[in-house]
Design a protein around this ligand. Sequence first.
Ligand code: HEC
Ligand code: HEC
Ligand code: HEC
Ligand code: HEC
Ligand code: HEC
Ligand code: HEC
Ligand code: HEC
Ligand code: HEC
Ligand code: HEC
Length: 395
Amino acid sequence: MRILAITVLALLWLGLLSVAQTNNCIVCHSEIRVEYLESAHAPAGVTCVDCHGGDPATLDYRAAHAGSSTPSRAQIPQLCASCHADPVRMKPYGLRTDQYAEYQTSGHGKAFAAGDLNAALCTDCHTSHRVMSRFEPRSSVHPENLAQTCARCHADSELMKPYELSTDIVDNFRQGVHGTALQQGNPRAPTCATCHGLHGSTLLQPEDIVTVCGTCHIAERQYFDKSVHRSKTHSAEFKGCAACHGDHRILSVQSDLFDTACASCHRADTGALTLAERLKTLLVASQQALHEAQTVLDQAEAMAFDVSGYWSRLHEAQTNLLQARTAQHTLDEAQLAELARRAHAIANDIRSEAHSLQTAVQIRWLGLTLVWGYLLLVLIVVYLYRQERRRAREL
Ligand code: HEC
Ligand code: HEC
Ligand code: HEC
Ligand code: HEC
Ligand code: HEC
Ligand code: HEC
Ligand code: HEC
Ligand code: HEC
Ligand code: HEC
């Protein structure tokens, strides 16, 4: 065991020495060495001098730093792009080369081009020395860590003041369904970059919001496209899906969204709000019926009845209700009513059948109890009769 440990240590030391032989920078810059050796750049042979210049062969302070410099913020995008926008250099690694081009189209890139050094640069999202692949769980751009990376600036009210951008975005996102799902490790949930673009970080126009949400919520989008609101997304007044669900603090949906969302734009006593009330009632009533059917089935099962055949029908009713919840995005009352009615009808059937099943069995129990009671009575009578006979004989 000890020999193994010594061998491993010796090998590590030799490995370090061999890197150090060609790259003396990391001998003196020990904190940066730790970050650098974890990065994707180290194994690819991208070294300190590629970004800083200087002479890595010497341990002499002066000679080592001859011609070296720390890149200024203004130089960073160009520096990274000198490799990452070069198809020949990137080809062996199978990496795309459009990050810099996309970056230039983003809100950040445009602000940077206009001389604003507060805007996010490559190193603000990727770090300078601990640059890791997005698949590495500790990477600053891994989906689970990205919100934190953006928060460094977007939750900083001092920094954001001149731009009039809200600073509760990241908190809101974390409280919403998507942020929660990400924290629970759901890889299908969107991160900041899914909606705003990887390197294109831009604001979303109302039309784009429908498209972006629709890449995952396909059915909702198709139904929404048929609604009266669809044409309203051509203007800024109706922010697509976000008009009702919000943008970052999107919550798990309850039917009271009909009260809160619709009333934020439509005045009371208008056709729109009465329609909202009717749609809500349909959904809530079906939901209630399903709930009751489930309760009856649970009770029956607890009483050891065989209700296995009913679960699949309950499931069918649930599917209808789910479809109804999605289809209400058309605001087409007839279509919703049909789906809700089906769910409701199945639930009612289940409930009454489970009830009659219970009643039938209860009657059977009653019959059985009567028969046993009668038999018991006969036995008692026979017993008493024999007792009587024995006493008579003894006398
Ligand atoms: C003999 C030890 C030693 C070696 C070898 C060395 N450095 Fe340094 N370096 C220092 C010290 C000490 C400083 C100044 C304190 C600091 O910033 O850490 C410094 C500063 C720097 C700075 C910041 C300087 C500035 O003002 O912009 C950079 C960048 C840098 N070194 C890069 C390198 C690179 C690249 C190499 C290898 C080619 C290298 N160093 C090799 C010791 C060394
Ligand atoms: C991919 C490019 C890149 C590589 C590789 C790189 N650096 Fe840097 N380094 C930067 C950038 C950009 C900055 C300035 C931004 C900052 O301070 O983070 C910087 C800053 C520095 C600084 C001054 C700021 C500080 O953090 O103290 C030192 C010293 C330094 N680097 C040393 C090194 C050493 C030593 C290596 C090799 C182990 C190295 N760098 C590898 C890009 C790089
Ligand atoms: C000298 C060329 C060079 C420079 C300069 C350079 N890189 Fe790289 N970078 C590479 C190479 C080569 C890889 C491929 C590593 C791999 O995939 O194994 C890489 C990998 C990466 C990765 C990981 C990609 C992935 O998902 O696997 C990121 C992120 C990255 N670089 C960002 C940057 C940033 C940010 C800068 C500027 C601070 C920068 N690079 C500067 C050559 C360079
Ligand atoms: C606002 C934050 C942000 C900025 C600024 C940024 N990136 Fe990225 N970058 C990301 C995110 C997030 C990912 C991971 C994407 C994913 O999860 O697929 C990424 C991925 C990458 C990758 C690897 C994936 C790929 O596209 O093949 C490279 C290389 C890269 N970025 C380079 C750069 C360079 C170069 C710059 C500067 C011109 C830059 N990035 C600026 C956030 C940023
Ligand atoms: C270094 C600080 C910094 C970081 C890190 C940062 N941003 Fe920004 N961001 C800014 C600043 C500053 C602006 C305002 C630029 C402007 O509009 O002039 C901005 C603007 C934006 C905008 C609005 C763009 C527009 O068109 O007006 C979006 C969207 C955005 N950022 C998303 C992100 C996302 C997503 C991340 C993380 C992946 C991120 N930012 C990381 C500083 C940052
Ligand atoms: C599910 C999609 C989605 C996700 C995920 C998302 N956003 Fe947004 N974001 C939006 C929508 C929609 C808007 C509203 C667009 C508008 O107001 O024009 C918005 C607006 C913004 C704005 C402008 C806010 C303002 O005050 O005008 C910024 C900055 C921003 N998001 C950053 C982020 C950051 C940082 C994250 C990650 C923590 C993130 N977004 C995650 C969809 C998303
Ligand atoms: C990358 C895919 C993706 C994108 C883009 C996306 N979502 Fe989601 N969304 C999900 C996932 C996955 C869940 C399920 C989270 C969970 O339940 O754990 C979800 C959940 C929801 C829920 C809760 C559903 C419920 O049953 O209560 C709503 C509402 C929602 N998203 C609306 C939106 C809106 C609005 C947008 C655009 C601004 C959007 N989503 C963009 C993947 C996405
Ligand atoms: C006019 C308001 C409004 C708009 C616009 C809207 N929704 Fe909804 N959405 C609702 C209401 C109300 C519910 C709740 C229905 C219920 O009672 O279950 C809901 C439910 C949902 C659900 C959960 C139920 C389900 O379908 O599984 C998701 C996911 C969802 N919406 C996504 C979206 C997406 C994506 C868009 C854009 C294409 C969008 N919504 C546009 C009002 C809206
Ligand atoms: C962001 C604002 C907004 C929200 C939220 C919103 N609407 Fe609308 N709605 C509009 C606009 C704008 C029109 C078009 C009005 C016109 O053309 O006169 C409209 C039109 C309608 C119409 C057809 C015209 C009418 O007034 O009868 C109905 C029905 C309607 N909405 C129902 C709803 C319902 C139900 C909800 C909630 C689920 C809802 N709306 C949420 C903005 C909104």
